[in-house]
Ligand binder design. Structure first.
Ligand code: PEP
Ligand code: MG
Length: 361
């Protein structure tokens, strides 16, 4: 009833006035962005662009990845750029002047390759005289085999893909710049995924900065911190990044050596029984291990670049205990799925209050 609504509004307002942590959303579509704003998001902390390449566009990415020559590759890029530009315009419009962190494409490659087994069977049957396969099938099979990985989550993903496929990141950055010019007040931030070394960033940043300068668009360029090495070399990484966003899904996976795709793994319940952890580390940020890496990266990053902006965009960004951790570690913002934003706002307020309490005690 009305009294309850007013009371909730009052509590939320109090939390918002108290908290220092900003709350952003993970959103990839204008619809999600609009929803995020209704829940009180102060920006988008993670726009995952790989989701924009599924469906009909998947074929264009497949063409790009498997292109045998410069012309084929350029044709795929030329087809993708206007689509991406429209994607970003929609999101900038929905966010109406709030910051939007766009992460350059970060798919596990196998999601964009044709199925190897199916292709192999077709060619093997043809070789045995029991079916037909074209020369193109055989070429494709050879190309897919060259790119096949036993462990795609540790393979050609993130910035590695951008460095290996010429023009891919540049196409996205051009689309971002053009979209930003078309939408008054747009505030793009460009984020590079899965960095392990500052040298990767330098290569990408230089190209991106040149494209932005040519378009006359201002945008921060930063990186995800989601590998232990990036966290441990944060002082170097910060030389080439204007912001860090902790990708604690991957950081947890790589720190514990547990697959994030098997979070219901058979051994988890045994680990809970044994008290090795009280809650899955994929749910609540593990302060002792992953949290230590976050603190090291935050400290060393800020020592190298005092105005370094710090955020988190892994699932932990919407988990109450993890939000408290982020406050304690001095981050500037958390970013989480739109539906978790009210909880994040509330917990960020509580974290600030409990700190004020202990400061005055
Ligand atoms: C992460 O790894 O925490 C992250 C936000 O990126 P993604 O979940 O898309 O890998
Ligand atoms: Mg990640």
């Amino acid at each position: 009833d009305d009294d309850l609504v007013r009371a909730v509004d009052r509590v939320m307002r109090h939390a918002d006035e108290t908290r220092g942590l900003q709350v952003r959303a993970n959103a990839d579509t204008p619809e999600d962005a609009a929803r995020a704003r209704r829940f009180g998001a102060q920006g988008i902390g993670l726009c995952r662009t790989e989701h924009m390449f599924l469906g009909e566009r998947r074929k264009l990415v497949e063409d790009l990845v498997l292109a045998s020559g410069e012309q084929e590759r350029q044709a795929a890029l030329d087809a993708l750029e206007p689509l991406q530009r429209a994607d970003f315009e929609g999101i900038f419009q929905a966010m109406d002047g709030l910051p939007v962190t766009i992460r350059l494409i970060d798919p596990p490659l196998h999601e964009f390759l044709p199925d190897l087994t199916e292709l192999s069977v077709r060619v093997a049957l043809a070789d045995a005289g029991a079916g037909e396969a074209t020369d193109k099938d055989r070429e494709l099979l050879a190309a897919v085999k060259r790119l096949h990985e036993q462990n795609p989550m540790l393979g050609l993903r993130g910035v590695r893909l951008g460095l290996v496929i010429p023009g891919l990141f540049a196409m996205q950055v051009r689309a971002i710049a053009q979209a930003a010019k078309a939408v008054p007040g747009a505030r793009p931030e460009i984020m590079i995924p899965l960095t392990v070394a500052v040298q990767e960033l330098e290569a990408v940043r230089e190209e991106a900065a040149a494209i932005l300068a040519e378009a006359g668009v201002d945008a921060l360029i930063g990186t995800m911190i989601e590998t232990p090495r990036a966290a441990l070399t944060a002082g170097q990484v910060a030389e080439a990044a204007q912001f860090f966003s902790f990708g604690t899904n991957d950081l947890t996976q790589m720190t514990w050596g547990f697959s994030r795709d098997d979070v219901e793994a058979a051994f988890f319940s045994r680990y809970l029984e044994l008290g090795i952890f009280g809650v899955s580390p994929f749910e609540t940020l593990d302060r002792d291990g992953v949290g230590r890496l976050v603190r090291i990266a935050a400290e060393e990053g800020r020592a190298a670049r005092p105005d370094l902006k710090l955020g988190i965009c892994g699932e932990h960004g919407g988990d109450p205990d993890s939000v408290h951790f982020c406050h304690e570690a001095g981050l500037d913002y958390v970013s989480c799925s739109p539906f978790r934003i009210p909880v994040a706002r509330l917990e960020a307020g509580r974290a600030a209050l409990s700190q004020n309490d202990s400061d005055t005690r």
